[in-house]
Ligand binder design. Structure first.
Ligand code: DC
Length: 221
């Protein structure tokens, strides 16, 4: 495997991106970068500072003054660090879910995040997951994949993931997935969109290892 390779994996919430990207990176011995975690960390900072999403001037200032770190831990997962504090769990709450798409819609926030993501991946050897990796962050990535699944399947996966941690119903999760889909795909800058040259994979009826193998087969060809 070429150690300067860039693999882009995009898709909506619950498409299986995180689980699959982590395994693909592990198998190929490449660095895993979860760009959604970066938008989530900024959103958490906004919540901690009691800022309104509409107060874009303060939100942008806060993002410029925040540092986000992604550190690989045992099992290939990432520890997310915001201003030297471990926020790995805190960025996955319903509060963050409800606001992250509106924060990620702000053009200046995207500029800051995209520039940090390009910096992290500039030497290659990375697998990045997100919404705009193949279209905006690394349009020249050697391998691009777009994962998708039906809304009900994606909501079901998210519900199973969080039901023991948070007091939420399936209906609430489905609504939150639909809201994020809408905001993420309708925004003007870097919308959730398949790159023309990305390989589409519908994961609705696929097992994790089937998706992983499909991706690895394309890459090894
Ligand atoms: O992948 P995720 O669910 O953790 O992403 C959280 C949010 O971050 C998602 O609703 C949209 C935003 N996001 C984005 O706009 N661009 C990316 N490259 C990654 C995530």
């Amino acid at each position: 495997m070429d150690k300067s390779v860039i693999v882009a994996i995009d898709g909506p919430a619950g498409s299986g991106k995180s689980t699959i990207t982590k395994i693909v990176a592990e198998k190929l011995k490449l660095l895993y970068i979860d760009t959604g975690a970066m938008y989530r960390a900024i959103t958490l900072a906004v919540i901690q500072h009691n800022l309104k999403t509409s107060d874009t001037v303060s939100v942008i200032k806060l993002a410029k003054n925040s540092t986000i770190g992604l550190k690989r831990i045992k099992g290939g997962s990432l520890q997310v660090i915001l201003n030297n504090k471990d926020v790995t769990e805190d960025i996955r709450t319903q509060d963050v879910n409800a606001r992250v798409s509106d924060i990620a819609k702000i053009g200046e926030i995207r500029k800051i995040m995209v520039s940090q993501q390009r910096q992290l991946g500039k030497n290659g050897g990375v697998v990045l997951e997100g919404r705009d990796i193949g279209t905006v962050v690394f349009p020249d990535a050697k391998f691009k994949f777009f994962l998708d699944a039906t809304v009900s399947e994606r909501a079901k996966r998210r519900f199973l993931e969080v039901k023991d941690k948070y007091n939420v119903t399936y209906e609430e999760i489905e609504q939150s997935v639909k809201n994020r889909d809408k905001i993420d795909s309708e925004r003007d800058i870097g919308p959730l969109k398949k790159a023309d040259d990305a390989i589409s994979i519908d994961t609705t009826n696929m097992k994790i290892e089937e998706v992983v193998n499909t991706i690895l087969n394309y890459i090894s060809k």
